[in-house]
Ligand binder design. Structure first.
Ligand SMILES: Nc1ncnc2c1ncn2[C@@H]1O[C@H](COP(=O)(O)OP(=O)(O)OP(=O)(O)O)[C@@H](O)[C@H]1O
Ligand SMILES: [Mg+2]
Length: 314
């Protein structure tokens, strides 16, 4: 549980991905040149320790006092931290503490939930993701998402990957784009002879890599993964983890996981969320601690983090 494995040098090409809505092109939310707050500069929130930013890292997201409510009741409150570019950030914590709620705010997927409302701010490369002039569809082109359950379209493998580029009218040779995305999704060798077959004929692990490849096809900047391997066997899980290492030199990755070994293995930074019960008896999630993964797992600042990562609670 404590070991943080050595990370292989990553190597790969372009940037990666989105899913269903997927696509590319500099969107309205294209990174402004201004870089915003990293973990070292995010405003202090009581009880949440902000680590010094690694010298070679830059923030991709700066989250400031973010509260997300459903029908007016806060589900996760006052979250403030910076997410670093080209690193893997793990979100951990017991069920119901708001990990999915939080990760959805990073590409405005929460807009699709009518009762959800957001206070505070999320800046993406310095730009307010929730500014009135930002088009959420364009945001999702740059910030892709992969879910717990693989959700390929009922189409061929080829058409799944080509979907985003086609919708966006991306320029380029489609066969090449599809091959490149499938290679980046570590799937090409397994499917190159059956590209026209229906994606539903693939194994669960292959379907999940297809969803990642589909996201990569639109050349995104960030991939958000909400328990991407929780339904997979250990070998498929290992493939997804290897893939994350390979992608991270071009893509920032945020992953929700209940698997502590996985968080320790794959991530550079970890945010631990927990459920807090307020004076009125209402439960909401908060971030207890955000730091380098090794620190969170071996020498956490908060005893609640220690209890969780050592398996004493949660
Ligand atoms: N669409 C929704 N409508 C209303 N309440 C919601 C919705 N989604 C989540 N919630 C509530 O928000 C809180 C946080 O849920 P969330 O799904 O974000 O937790 P989580 O940490 O992802 O949990 P898990 O580990 O079980 O996936 C819970 O109380 C949940 O019931
Ligand atoms: Mg969840």
């Amino acid at each position: 549980m404590r070991q943080v494995t050595e990370r292989p040098e990553s190597s790969s090409e372009p940037r990666a991905a989105e899913s269903a809505a997927g696509a590319q092109k500099p969107p309205a939310a294209e990174p402004a040149d201004g870089r915003v707050m990293g973990p070292g500069t995010a405003p202090a929130v009581e009880g949440v320790k902000a680590p010094a930013a690694a010298p070679d890292s830059k923030p991709v997201f700066a989250v400031e006092r973010l509260t997300v409510s459903y029908a007016g009741r806060p589900a996760v409150r006052e979250v403030s931290f910076g997410i670093e570019e080209r690193r893997i950030t793990a979100l951990i914590g017991a069920s119901g503490c708001g990990k999915s709620t939080f990760i959805r705010t990073l590409n405005r997927m929460n807009d699709l939930i009518p009762s959800a409302s957001v206070e505070g701010s999320v800046r993406y490369h310095g730009q307010d993701l929730y500014a009135p002039d930002v088009d959420p569809v364009q945001v999702r082109k740059r910030i892709g998402m992969v879910f717990q359950k693989p959700n390929p379209f009922p189409k061929s493998i080829y058409d799944n990957v080509a979907f985003g580029p086609r919708v966006l009218g991306m320029k380029g040779e489609m066969d090449e784009m599809v091959e490149r995305a499938l290679r980046r999704g570590a799937l090409w060798d397994e499917v190159k002879d059956r590209l026209k077959q229906n994606a539903f004929g693939m194994s669960g692990g292959q379907q999940q890599r297809l969803c990642i490849a589909r996201a990569l096809a639109t050349d995104p900047d960030v991939i958000l993964m909400d328990e991407p391997a929780s339904a997979l066997d250990p070998i498929s899980t290992g493939r997804i983890e290897d893939l994350m290492f390979e992608l991270k030199d071009r893509v920032s990755i945020v992953i929700v996981t209940h698997n502590m070994q996985q968080a320790a293995r794959v991530s550079d930074m970890t945010a631990f969320f927990t459920v807090v019960v307020d004076d009125t008896g209402h439960r909401h999630g908060e971030v207890v601690e955000y730091d380098e993964t090794e620190k969170v797992f071996t020498n956490p600042a908060d005893e609640r983090t220690e209890a969780y990562v050592t398996g004493r609670v949660g």
